[in-house]
Every structure is written in structure tokens, then in C-alpha cells.
Design a protein. Structure first.
Length: 339
């Protein structure tokens, strides 16, 4: 049994929480303290963070290996950031690298402490997040190529988007070519979308050729339709096409659900006429009322144009006939005299 295994974490940390902590304090610099690991690979510092023992954390941080990693690939700082504990983050920052990225290809692979702080961020308690934002590199990416701003958009956190936007480049792309705006549209983050719209390229396309409007058209939840309405005033989606040629309108109809039919109907107003006509032939008025109305309006306009052309042709024929008979289309001077 090693010396590290002889430490009882509960007793040791409880002693550190006492005002004097003399008996524990004498061992702070010992190898057994630095080398201690529990069954999860947590150091004594990590255990103190998990148990919210701030006095113990303040005493352990200067003498601990703050870059040590648990079996879950967490450091002391990423653990404190994930818990959203501002006191712990403040105590650790002088001794930890805020830009250290988590190893591995797990969901959090490549994530920094700032990214971890957004996983459970409550804007009522933002101090841990704000402290990390001040010292973090906004260009660092997780294993998906996502920057902190993109992660904020993914988690629909408008507060984080607002705070990170002045420090970030909104036109950066992730590994799939998505911008923060596309990610916000895909996740249904309407409020975050409003923050991003004024500074983002709404015509930008990912590696598949999809724009923010394409992602918004792939509706999953009822409130996602608000995302389309938010984007619509800024976008001209009639010419936006994926690599396979699909417009947002066509994409909404690829896997039709009542919600996606509603999205397609909303998009019908500015979508290519031939696509809308084909959709109307397939779907009834109850499914696509606006699409049907647009087609009927176009047909009526076409009929009126034909009628006007016929009337114009008829009038021209009468004028030609009267001209041959010496009768002008204008009023005859002799007739005018008697009026």
C-alpha cells in the first residue's frame, strides 16, 4: 500500500476546513498529498472542489498539480467550471491554465474550462463563466471544430453569445463548415440568432452548401418556426441551394411532418415557382394553403395578362379597320364641332 493510499480524504479535507488545520497543513507539501488519487482518478483538490470545500481548495491549489487529469479527462479547473462555482474558479485561476484542452475524442474532447462553464450556465449566476471569458482564447476549438461562441449558440444560450460576441469572429467555421449563425438556426436558438444576425453572413454556406435558412427549415420543435420568421427579413432564399440543388423549401418537404409542412408553406412565398407548383400538385390546400394561394394568384395574373393581350389585339384590329375606311380612332373634327 502506498503512502497516498493511507490518506482518508474525508478526514484530511475536514481538517483543512478547520481554522488552524495545523496537522493537515504540515502534510500539504508531501508527496502523498500530491500523488493521491481515488478510484475515479480524482486528486484531493478535485475532491475538495466536488464537495465545495473552499478553504481546502485555497490551501491545496498552490501545492497541487492543477493540470492533473482524472479518469474522465477533467482537470481541477474544468471541474469547477462545469459546476459553475465562481469561488472555486477564482481560487484556481492563479495556478491553472485556463486554455488547457480536454484530451480524447469524447463529446467534450478539446473543450476548455470556458466551454465547460457553458454546459450548465445559468445567467443568474454567471461569475464563473465571466471570469473564464476574460482569460480564455476564443479561437480554441473542441474536437468538432467549435469555438466558444459556436458552443454558446448550440446550447441556445443568448447570454453567453452576447458576452462572447465582442471577443469572437462570428464568421469562423467549425469542422463541417458551419458558422455560429447556422448552429443557432439548427438548434432553434432564436434569441441568440437575433444577436448574431447583424454581424453574420446570412448567405454563408457550410460544406454541404446549406445556409442558415436550410438549417432552420429542418424543423424539429414547434418554436423553431420562429427561427424561420426571424431569419426571413434578412434572407433571399429563392436562390439558396445545397450542393445537391435543394432549396430550403425543398428541404422542408423531404421528410414532411406537420411542422415541416408549415415551414414549407411559410417559405413558399419566395421559393422557385416550379418547386411550389410541384408541391401544390402533391399536397392539398389544407397542407400548404399559402403555396396554393400563390399559385392561384399567379394563374389569375396570367389569365388577366392573356385577356389584356387579347383585348389589345382586338382594339388594334378595330383601329386598323377604321383606318382603312377613313375613320380615325381619334374623334373626328366634324364630330367634335357638334359636341
Amino acid at each position: 500500500m502506498t503512502d497516498a493510499a493511507k490518506i482518508n480524504p474525508s478526514d484530511f479535507l475536514a481538517a483543512l476546513e478547520e481554522p488552524g488545520a495545523s496537522s493537515a497543513g504540515a502534510r500539504l507539501d508531501s508527496k502523498e498529498v500530491r500523488d493521491f488519487r481515488d478510484e475515479k482518478g480524482n486528486t484531493l483538490l478535485m475532491i475538495a472542489i466536488e464537495r465545495s470545500l473552499i478553504k481546502a481548495v485555497r490551501k491545496l491549489a498552490p501545492v497541487s498539480d492543477c493540470e492533473a487529469v482524472s479518469k474522465e479527462n477533467l482537470t481541477a479547473l474544468t471541474l469547477a467550471a462545469y459546476n459553475g462555482d465562481a469561488r472555486m474558479v477564482a481560487a484556481l485561476l492563479p495556478f491553472c491554465d485556463a486554455n488547457k484542452q480536454q484530451a480524447g475524442n469524447s463529446l467534450e474532447g478539446g473543450a476548455t474550462a470556458l466551454m465547460f462553464s457553458m454546459l450548465r450556465l445559468d445567467e443568474k449566476y454567471p461569475d464563473a463563466f465571466l471570469a473564464l471569458a476574460k482569460v480564455s482564447d476564443m479561437s480554441l476549438r473542441n474536437h468538432l471544430g467549435e469555438t466558444p461562441l459556436m458552443i454558446a449558440a448550440h446550447f441556445q444560450n443568448a447570454f453567453a453569445v452576447e458576452k462572447l460576441l465582442p471577443l469572437s469572429n462570428p464568421d469562423e467555421r467549425d469542422a463541417r463548415g458551419k458558422t455560429a449563425l447556422m448552429i443557432a438556426a439548427e438548434s432553434g436558438a432564436r434569441t441568440a440568432l437575433k444577436r448574431l444576425l447583424p454581424v453574420s453572413d446570412i448567405e454563408a454556406q457550410c460544406h454541404k452548401g446549406m445556409t442558415a435558412m436550410h438549417y432552420a427549415a429542418m424543423l424539429k420543435l414547434s418554436y423553431d418556426l420562429d427561427v424561420l420568421r426571424t431569419l426571413a427579413p434578412f434572407a433571399n432564399w429563392s436562390h439558396q441551394r445545397k450542393i445537391d440543388g435543394a432549396t430550403p423549401f425543398a428541404l422542408a418537404l423531404q421528410h414532411p411532418t406537420p411542422l415541416r409542412l408549415a415551414a414549407a408553406d411559410f417559405l413558399a412565398e419566395k421559393s422557385p415557382v416550379e418547386e411550389v407548383r410541384a408541391a401544390v400538385a402533391k399536397w392539398g390546400r389544407e397542407d400548404l394553403p399559402k403555396a396554393h394561394a400563390r399559385m392561384e394568384s399567379l394563374e389569375l395574373a396570367a389569365e388577366m395578362n392573356v385577356s389584356s393581350w387579347r383585348q389589345g389585339s382586338s382594339d388594334a384590329s378595330v383601329d386598323e379597320s377604321e383606318s382603312k375606311n377613313g375613320v380615325s380612332g381619334a374623334k373626328n373634327p366634324r364630330q367634335t364641332k357638334w359636341l
